[in-house]
Each structure stands twice: as structure tokens, then as C-alpha cells.
Design a protein around this ligand. Structure first.
Ligand code: G3P
Ligand code: MG
Length: 388
């Protein structure tokens, strides 16, 4: 697609640095722009200084989120954010839909959890997944699966689709006659923790991910070293580790990490009672602060510099510094501090006081950033001076 950095031959002014901006708590508080955010992005765009947006948020397609951001930040048409600059929590999950990726779930049955309605299903289909089921589909087909969501029948029936296969408890051959989930992907914060937690528990206790079955391996003491999930249950991917995030409410709110901890708590209680000792739930967590998410972000940055300045720009003017401006010490700062760059760039963590970290009475963050600033404007100013 078209690029956001206008192409020009590398010259002495070609920057050897770039920015990575967190969104919630740095640029926006829910839909409210944080003072200085618009001016910063406009300035960088005007001066051809590369930047990306790296968020643990999501829940809609990158194209839709980009339009929303341009609108909420009132960015002028000539300086708007381009979809290629945006990396959401689930953007890297798109690699599981490619046929060359390993593993590939492109045509497998995946349960996509979270977000409003089936917006996350549309994201997943946008990535190339062809067989996407949502908890709403399962509930609309089998309301008894979670008796307490009957108040939301109207909501679920507004977007539910027929299941690819029934939940057939008396199936002669469950594996080929019943709904079998091959992977669970939590794209965004679940809106109905009860239904979603129940379904994830059902799937993780099932035989091979077949909804409505119960593995006869669960509860067997001889399997304790393998733990549960030793009967072909599908992998679970959580796309955002955030326990807390900065919304429009003055106090930080529970994020997708809160749902994960609730799910793990239920899992421990259920499996402990059967086997007597705690069995860890196996899952993959992506998003900031984890290395794969930062690698994905750095690859996007390197590619956009090559598109703008020529394929040999990395040899001629290597990317030397990336300023990660974030509000959450546990995700933005930890991730940047710990990131092992693929191209030898130094990721410099800049912590703002406008989000999760509030610096009450001189409180220090749990991890030390390169610098603490009042807001994104001061952060960009500091970085431009530091970049020399
Ligand atoms: O759900 C969004 C929240 O987890 C934090 O988003 O933009 O601060 O990484 P962000
Ligand atoms: Mg944030």
C-alpha cells in the first residue's frame, strides 16, 4: 500500500532515529486527545521523522482504528496517520493466518474472543482467517451453555452466525460431527467475562477442543507433570497483557490481563479440586512488553524507512535510536528497556505522567525509564534534543 513517509533519496538530514508512541494514556484518554499529542504527530510528519503507534489496544480493523485516531486527534489531512503506522495488540496475530507462517490457522476453526459485537471477527477475517467463531455464535446457538447471559440475547443475536458444526453431545463420532476449536485468540477485552471464561474453561478441559466433551485425561494424577491440556486441547493466545490501562476514568481500569487472571484463577480452582495440586494453564501472551511484539514493530519501522529512503538506507543511515513514549511502566517501559533489537537500534523508554503512572508524591515507577516527562510534548522535545 502507499507509504506514510514521502520517498526521498537519503541525505544528511535523513533521521537515524524514530518514535514509537503508545496510544492510551499518551495520545488519548479514551476519545479525548491529550494536550500536545496532535502537535507532536504533525511536527514529526512535517519533518519526515518516522513514527509508529504501538498499542496494546485493538478491537477493530487497523483501517478503522486509524480513521478513528485521525478523527479524535483532529489531524490535518496532509498529516494524517497512515494505516501502516498502526500496530494494535492483535496485529501480529495476522501472521498465524499466512500459509507460510508456522503454525498456520488460516483455514482452521478459531475462536476469537473480545471486542464489541463481531468487530474482532471482522479483524480476523481481514487478516485471512476463513473460519472464525465468536462466543456470541455459540451462545446464540446454545443459550444453556451459560445461563446468565440471557439478558443479552438481543445483543448476541444481532451479530451471531450459525456455527460451522453443532455442539453434539451424543455424537457417534464427536471429532467429525461436533464443533472443534483449533485455536483460541483473545483479540481485545471481553465484554462478557462470564460467558467467555466459561467457554475457555470448557475448551481447555475438553477432548481435543471439541466443545461439549470432557477429556478423560483431566483429573488423572499420573498426568500432573504434563498438566492438563495433554489431550489435544488448542493453544490460547492473549494479545494484550495489560492488567491496567488509562481510560477516561481518573483511576486505571482492568485490561485484558484482568480477564486472563480471572480465567487462570477459575482454571486453578477447577483443576486443583480434581487433581489435588495446582495445574498451570498453558497459554501465550503477546503485546507489550514482550519481545515478539517489539520485533514486529521494529520490522515495520525498518520497512517504512526502506520504502521511503531506498532499500540500502539501513546500511547507509542505520536506525540507531527508537524513542518509545508510553504511560505504563509494566508494558511500554519494560518492553523498551528489555528489547533486544534486530538491527542494533537502542530503544529509549520515555515515561509520561498522563496515564497509568501518576507519580503521586514523588513515587518512582516499578521499572526505571530513560526519562520521566509530564506529557508527550515534553517527551518529544527531550527526544529531539537527545537525538542530536
Ligand atoms: O486495551 C488498551 C489498553 O490495554 C492499553 O492500550 O495504547 O496504552 O497500549 P495502550
Ligand atoms: Mg498506554
Amino acid at each position: 500500500g502507499t507509504r506514510y513517509l514521502s520517498s526521498q533519496p537519503p541525505n544528511s538530514r535523513t533521521p537515524n532515529f524514530a518514535f514509537a508512541f503508545d496510544i492510551d494514556g499518551v495520545l488519548l484518554r479514551s476519545s479525548q486527545p491529550i494536550p500536545g499529542a496532535t502537535q507532536c504527530l504533525t511536527y514529526l510528519h512535517k519533518h519526515h521523522i518516522p513514527f509508529i503507534l504501538l498499542t496494546n489496544g485493538g478491537g477493530k480493523t487497523e483501517a478503522q482504528r486509524t480513521r478513528d485516531l485521525n478523527d479524535k486527534l483532529s489531524l490535518p489531512p496532509e498529516y494524517q496517520i497512515h494505516v501502516n503506522q498502526l500496530i494494535q495488540s492483535h496485529t501480529p496475530l495476522s501472521e498465524l493466518a499466512t500459509t507460510h507462517g508456522t503454525p498456520s490457522y488460516k483455514n482452521k476453526t478459531i475462536l476469537v474472543v473480545g471486542g464489541d459485537g463481531d468487530k474482532c471477527r471482522l479483524c480476523a477475517e481481514n487478516y485471512g482467517f476463513t473460519n472464525v467463531v465468536t462466543p456470541g455464535d455459540i451462545f446464540a446457538a446454545y443459550p444453556d451453555i451459560w445461563p446468565f447471559s440471557s439478558n443479552f440475547n438481543g445483543y448476541y443475536s444481532s451479530f451471531a452466525r450459525p456455527l460451522p458444526r453443532p455442539i453434539n453431545l451424543e455424537a457417534a463420532d464427536p471429532e467429525h460431527e461436533s464443533l472443534k476449536i483449533d485455536a483460541v485468540m483473545v483479540f481485545n477485552d471481553p465484554r462478557d467475562w462470564g460467558l467467555d471464561c466459561q467457554l475457555l474453561l470448557d475448551i481447555m478441559l475438553s477432548h481435543k477442543g471439541i466443545v461439549g466433551t470432557y477429556s478423560n485425561k483431566n483429573g488423572r494424577k499420573d498426568l500432573e507433570n504434563h498438566g492438563y491440556q495433554s489431550d489435544g486441547q488448542p493453544p490460547i493466545y492473549f494479545s494484550n497483557p495489560d492488567l491496567l490501562w488509562a481510560s477516561a476514568y481518573p483511576l486505571s481500569r482492568l485490561g485484558q490481563g484482568g480477564f486472563r487472571e480471572a480465567m487462570v484463577g477459575v482454571w486453578k480452582a477447577i483443576t486443583k479440586s480434581a487433581s489435588g495440586s495446582e495445574i498451570p494453564l498453558k497459554y501465550t501472551v503477546m503485546g507489550k512488553p514482550h519481545q515478539p511484539t517489539y520485533e514486529y514493530a521494529e520490522r515495520v519501522m525498518v520497512r517504512s524507512r526502506e520504502e521511503a529512503y531506498g532499500r540500502d538506507v539501513q546500511e547507509r543511515i542505520p536506525l540507531e535510536k527508537v524513542y518509545m513514549i508510553g504511560d505504563n511502566p509494566e508494558s511500554d517501559i519494560t518492553g523498551a528497556n528489555n528489547y533486544r533489537s534486530l538491527v542494533g537500534a537502542r530503544w529509549m523508554s520515555v515515561l509520561t505522567r498522563t496515564g497509568v503512572f501518576r507519580a503521586r508524591e514523588g513515587e518512582r515507577p516499578a521499572v526505571e525509564p530513560r526519562v520521566i516527562v509530564d506529557d508527550v510534548r515534553e517527551g518529544v522535545r527531550w527526544a529531539l534534543k537527545d537525538s542530536g
